[in-house]
Design a protein around this ligand. Structure first.
Ligand code: 0O2
Length: 211
């Protein structure tokens, strides 16, 4: 059984690895050209088997339909400094020739009831295997650092409460989401000044090893 899962997940592992390199490459190009990079950092993961099974049960997805119906077995996350950067990242991804966007979910304009905000792209990505090409689905979540802060905390609390938040906690989280939204708004208004400062800073300090 374990071996079967390993084989099933191998193309997803490959896709996540490749996509991380490619998305980090976008950041690198901006840095090399001394431009503000719309990508602050990138993470990626393959959904653990127990989470796949839990989600499959919740959504009534049979195990032999996972490839077609579970869109986030391969997951990438792109963090941006400013809300405006999200649009730019989406445009860059739209123009790529090595993947195809098949769905977009804008939880920024339409935030979730929990307070969750992020821009989701479901893509079809071809991986080259020794048996030939295989197209897999992957989900890219694009969000600001403030949205990510909120989502990370809420996700761990969700784990603790198994989604059944006490009313007070739910309200606190909604208020925190609102505060994160306000922070993004404030940052946007001073964005140009921040960018100018960053430009001066990056010229003065040289490049660090993970730039
Ligand atoms: P993980 O890997 O634990 O993060 P639906 O949930 O029905 O609206 P669907 O098909 O699951 O729709 O896709 P959606 O909503 O576009 O993406 C689901 C993923 O978005 C979740 O993955 C989370 O990563 C993130 N997400 C969505 N809503 C919330 C939220 O309220 N709080 C937080 N913290 N994250 C959210 P999973 O499946 O939870 O897996």
């Amino acid at each position: 059984m374990e071996k079967e899962w390993e084989l099933f997940l191998a193309p997803y592992e490959q896709a996540v690895g490749e996509m991380k390199v490619k998305l980090r490459g976008i950041r690198k190009q901006f840095r090399e050209q001394n431009k503000h990079t719309p990508i602050e950092f990138v993470t990626g993961r393959v959904k653990p088997v127990d989470s796949i099974l839990t989600k499959a049960t919740l959504r009534n997805i049979s195990v032999d339909r996972l490839e077609e119906e579970m869109q986030d077995i391969a997951g990438l996350r792109i963090m941006c400094q400013f809300v405006e950067d999200i649009r730019q990242v989406v445009d860059i991804i739209r123009n790529r020739k090595d993947l195809q966007i098949i769905q977009e979910r804008d939880y920024i304009t339409n935030k979730k009831e929990s307070g969750y905000r992020s821009y989701h792209l479901v893509i079809e990505y071809p991986v080259q295997l020794i048996t030939g090409e295989k197209k897999i689905l992957a989900e890219i979540q694009i969000r600001t650092l403030a949205m990510n802060f909120w989502a990370t905390i809420e996700h761990s609390l969700n784990y603790k409460y198994q989604g059944a938040f006490p009313e007070e906690m739910k309200e606190r989280l909604q208020r925190a989401a609102e505060a994160a939204y306000q922070l993004d708004e404030e940052m946007s208004t001073i964005r140009e000044e921040i960018q100018e400062a960053q430009h001066l800073f990056s010229h003065g300090r040289g490049k660090s090893k993970d730039d």
